[in-house]
Design a protein around this ligand. Structure first.
Ligand SMILES: NC(=O)C1=CN([C@@H]2O[C@H](COP(=O)(O)OP(=O)(O)OC[C@H]3O[C@@H](n4cnc5c(N)ncnc54)[C@H](O)[C@@H]3O)[C@@H](O)[C@H]2O)C=CC1
Ligand SMILES: CC(=O)N[C@@H]1[C@@H](OP(=O)(O)OP(=O)(O)OC[C@H]2O[C@@H](n3ccc(=O)[nH]c3=O)[C@H](O)[C@@H]2O)O[C@H](C(=O)O)[C@@H](O)[C@@H]1O
Length: 466
């Protein structure tokens, strides 16, 4: 192949420099399957480096909005980037996966990978995309998996599926795993190089091709690992580390009453050592990532994983821990949870992100109701009414007839609440996020060492003052 004819990355036969120039000059067409929270930022960033990108999504509204130059995902900096790239003709969108596959020589898969009710990984969206890709896969094409998947998916699912659907042999096309290491709210920054891009292929040529693909995108560089399974494991391990670490923090927080110390203070002080990085206790672990990723390992291999499994159970128990604690504290001030009206502050799984998947607040609401409490809720990003929960606007807090408030997700908007204007209440600040020092409320947080019936104040101010 001559340099001028470089239209692919896998086994192109030309130098890395020529491949890169062809890629960023728009000569190597790329399809991104899945234009969601991570897929759209990724597609836009690729286009911004000069790559010609077709985004594929099954949702016609998503495709219509991207085609009009609008970002349907609320991510800092994304909307103008999408507008610019669509205007420049580098980014387009379609619902026609097979047609996009036929035109592309690099295929990037970034659709959701979920876990079913039986805790089994559900790869059906990835498999649906593979069907589209197979319809247009040619020798020399490269398939990149950005979706988080159980280790061995590229080797044992993606490659054989493409082989049998196309009749092509392994080695005539490339498959690499390049996991998305980004976070909602900082997606563009993360994709462009907050951390190195991890790349592992099913063969050396796939690893090389995927490295070339990401070098122009990621300023922090590319970390190549031994193979695709290692790359898959890196991402799953990162998630398990977080889940296990949070479970440790939650377990330690539950010891606080018995030890009669503030575990939060102890954790913060222990973390002064560089070898110690205990995470924050809280009312539970939500989102579609961290609660799911452990299941990508547990039960998927012939080795038992008791620590990972226990961490999942510890974290899943936290909404019950919160409701039990609230029940005891209300008891101590002479109120039955059964007859109480409780306001839940923050429903989304983390602050600033309008996502409810596995949100611990929903479990807290269910458990409060199961104990007979009336529940109202406030969230600046979602309407509680849509979830069958009575809404309480933040401005209505002072006039509401409440017995308790549980802060599950500390949106920044809650910092503006005038707590002195709210009648004295039991406030369970599940994230130790509010500074209620000196207010007339009966304030407690997980891990604060409160004894039942005593009035403890948030440690936040003291810890922040350090
Ligand atoms: N959201 C996050 O914070 C992070 C997500 N990830 C991983 O990135 C992957 C994608 O996640 P998100 O972007 O958050 O998902 P998302 O749910 O925001 O978006 C997925 C998009 O894929 C589309 N889609 C579904 N089936 C399709 C198909 N067959 N063909 C084409 N499009 C299809 C949906 O319509 C949707 O627009 C997942 O594997 C996730 O684990 C990784 C790091 C962070
Ligand atoms: C540190 C970080 O930002 N991890 C990311 C994680 O994103 P995610 O949006 O799920 O947020 P997260 O901060 O891990 O929080 C998950 C859940 O855990 C809870 N949580 C988090 C940290 C902590 O110390 N204690 C705690 O209880 C949060 O409240 C939330 O309910 O999962 C993403 C993913 O893997 O998909 C990953 O790319 C991101 O890097």
């Amino acid at each position: 192949m001559t340099d001028a004819a470089c239209h692919r990355l896998y086994d192109s036969g030309v130098s890395n420099r020529v491949e890169r120039e062809a890629l960023t000059g728009g000569a190597i067409p790329l399809a991104v399957y899945g234009l969601g929270k991570m897929g759209l930022p990724l597609a836009a960033v690729f286009a911004d480096t000069g790559v010609r990108v077709t985004g594929v999504d099954v949702d016609p509204e998503v495709v219509a909005s991207v085609s009009a130059g609008d970002a349907h995902v609320d991510e800092p900096g994304l909307d103008p980037l999408v507008t610019d790239q669509v205007d420049a003709g580098r980014l387009s969108a379609t619902t026609d996966g097979p047609a996009a596959a036929a035109n592309a020589t690099v295929h990037v898969v970034i659709v959701p990978t979920l876990v079913g009710d039986d805790h089994e990984p559900d790869l059906s969206t990835v498999e649906a995309v593979l069907e589209d890709i197979a319809a247009g896969l040619d020798p020399g094409d490269l398939v990149v998996l950005e979706s988080t998947v159980p280790p061995r998916t590229a080797r044992d699912v993606v490659t054989p599926t493409l082989e049998s659907a196309t009749g092509l042999d392994r080695g005539s096309f490339g498959v690499a795993v390049c996991p998305e290491r980004t976070s909602s709210g900082t997606a563009l920054r993360d994709i462009r190089g907050q951390y190195p891009k991890v790349v592992g292929g099913i063969d050396a040529a796939s690893t090389r091709a995927a490295s070339t693909l990401y070098e122009p995108v990621n300023a922090a560089g590319v970390t190549t690992v031994a193979d695709a399974t290692t790359a898959e494991a890196v991402k799953v391990f990162e998630g398990i580390y977080r889940d296990v670490n949070i479970a440790l923090a939650n377990e330690l927080a539950r010891t606080s009453d018995d030890l009669e110390i503030s575990v939060l203070e102890a954790i913060e002080t222990a973390n002064q050592l560089p070898v110690c990085d205990i995470h924050d206790p809280g009312p539970g672990v939500g989102g579609h990532c961290i609660p799911n990723y452990p299941h990508f390992l547990m039960g998927q291999i012939d080795v038992d994983t008791p620590l990972t499994a226990t961490a999942r159970r510890v974290n899943d128990r936290m909404p019950a821990v919160v409701v039990d604690r609230l029940g005891r504290e209300l008891d101590a001030v002479g109120t039955d949870l059964e007859n109480a009206t409780v306001a839940v502050l923050g429903l989304t799984y983390r602050p600033g992100i309008p996502e409810l998947r596995h949100a611990p607040a929903l479990d807290v609401v269910d458990r409060l109701r199961a104990r007979g409490a009336s529940v109202v809720a406030t969230d600046p990003l979602v309407d509680p009414d849509d979830l069958g929960i009575s809404p309480l606007p933040m401005a209505g807090l002072p006039d509401a007839d409440l017995d308790a408030i549980v802060v599950v997700t500390p949106h920044t908007a809650f910092r503006t609440i005038d707590w002195e204007a709210v009648d004295p209440l039991v406030v369970l600040d599940g994230r130790n996020a509010l500074d209620l020092e000196g207010t007339h409320h009966h304030v407690l947080t997980l891990g604060d060492g409160s004894r039942e019936g005593t009035n403890r104040h948030s440690l936040r101010a003291r810890l922040d003052a350090r």
